[in-house]
Ligand binder design. Structure first.
Ligand code: GUN
Ligand code: ZN
Length: 437
């Protein structure tokens, strides 16, 4: 409700800087006993409890979370809501996995009632995991987009979503046409982009399932409006990369297929980007596009290791966000994504500091989506999308938390041991939308 004021008390954790560029500890801002005042869905004031209390309007409710951390809500930069029912499908790598499990599941979204049901469950799961913003693939059916945005609007969550474009190399009932996909996307874009907190993403599934004409028309849609997003998949799997080379022999690389069609630009989110080379990363830097690191998915499908620290090289940094990529991903919890991101870094000779990790899941994700002026940090004027993290959600975690003597240690134990149970509560635009039982 508007004109509502509420306040949260707890240990506040947020970022004042980019921990991939400056000292990670210095980039992290931490208020041991903090108070946060929210008015009309935005953060009005934040600081030490003792300093901020005098500014609290008389009669304001204070939700106190002793022992918990108050963080910006998590940002998931790559996820498929229609794949929620087929999470954890056994035994295949990407191309066979799509044929055998993904396409049959996505066929069901022709039915609007089914789409609404799964959209509602998906958004509830996201909020249970502390994720308040996501870039979401729907299916080829316009009604799957309508269902998703309707449910998101009801929750007032800030979501990016779009209709999958797919006019070849897919089952007939999941194919659109270049012109039909353009027309349906344009109608959805005009209906939903910028309506409340909803935003549209032009969504060609990936190069193998779109004709050159469809990719060109996706570029034409984007050329109409700089504020519209683009999302797709890039160089996830070696067989996929070989197939794209056959389908587009004139292009220097997989990325170049998209660049040629005008799809590589700010607010373009490319999932995976595992099998890319240095010229590709230079193109990403120059164009201002975003790569989505999807750790649990890349391990689950055996796709390979995303080179996070190469991508984020301060000499030519590329924007990177974190994606769960459900249903190829195995958890909607960004804490679980960070767990696997840490191990991938270890296996590739790098060390992902907990401050860097939590930045990727919050402020960095918001920046990767060009939304850092609205979400991702806790500061006056920001939209109050928050999650309350409990570092002692289980007996083992409570034991581990006892021997954490710094905020970095505590964040690290949360990202290695935490999941949905770690989310004590979630707020969307200042409204409590999830509270752990
Ligand atoms: N590439 C094309 N479609 C998909 C998808 O649905 N999931 C993943 N992980 N990769 C894809
Ligand atoms: Zn994906």
């Amino acid at each position: 409700r508007m004109h509502d004021t509420l306040a949260l008390r707890g240990r506040i954790v947020t970022f004042r800087d980019n921990p991939f560029v400056t000292d990670p500890i210095a980039a992290l801002h931490h208020e041991e006993d903090g108070l946060l005042i929210i008015r009309d869905g935005r953060i009005e004031r934040v600081g030490a409890y003792a300093d901020t209390l005098p500014h609290l309007p008389d009669g304001t409710q204070v939700a106190h979370y002793p022992g918990c951390l108050i963080s910006a809500g998590f940002v998931d930069t790559h996820v498929h809501y229609p794949q929620l029912p087929m999470i954890a499908a056994y035994g295949e790598q990407l191309l066979e996995w799509l044929e055998r499990y993904t396409f049959p599941t996505e066929s069901r979204f022709r039915d609007p009632a089914y789409a609404h049901d799964i959209a509602r469950r998906f958004l509830a799961e996201l909020l249970r995991c502390g994720t308040t913003t996501a870039a979401v693939f729907c299916t080829v059916h316009p009604q799957s987009v309508e269902a998703f945005f309707t449910e998101s609007e009801r929750l007032n969550t800030l979501m990016i979503a779009g209709k999958v474009l797919m006019d070849r190399n897919a089952p007939p009932d999941l194919r659109d046409t270049a012109q039909g996909g353009y027309d349906d996307s344009l109608a959805l874009m005009e209906r939903w982009h910028g309506r409340g907190r909803q935003m549209y993403a032009v969504t060609p599934r990936f190069a193998p399932t779109s004709s050159e004409e469809q990719l060109e028309l996706a570029g034409a849609l984007l050329a109409r409006d700089d504020s519209v997003f683009m999302q797709t998949h890039l160089a996830e799997n070696v067989d996929e990369v070989a197939w794209v080379r056959e389908l587009f022999p004139a292009r220097r690389s997989y990325l170049d297929v998209y660049a040629h069609a005008g799809l590589v630009r700010p607010r373009a989110i490319l999932g995976h980007a595992i099998h890319v080379d240095e010229p590709d990363l230079a193109t990403c830097h120059d164009s201002g596009c975003t790569l989505a690191h999807c750790p649990t998915s890349n391990l689950f499908l055996g796709s390979g290791s995303f080179r996070l620290f190469d991508a984020m090289d301060p000499r030519r940094p590329v924007r990177v966000g974190l994606g769960t990529d459900i249903g190829a991903g195995t958890s909607l919890s960004q804490l679980q994504s960070l767990n696997e991101a840490y191990k991938i870094a270890q296996a590739t000779g790098h060390r992902l500091h907990p401050a860097q990790a939590f930045w990727l899941a919050t402020a960095g994700g918001a920046r990767a989506l060009h939304l850092d002026h609205r979400i991702g940090t806790i500061a006056p004027g920001m939209e109050a999308d928050l999650c309350i993290l409990d570092p002692a959600a289980t007996p083992l975690q409570a034991l581990r938390a006892q021997s954490c003597d710094s905020i970095s240690d505590l964040l690290f134990s949360l990202m290695m041991l935490g999941d949905d149970r770690s989310i004590r509560a979630t707020y969307v635009a200042g409204r409590l939308v999830h509270e752990r039982a």
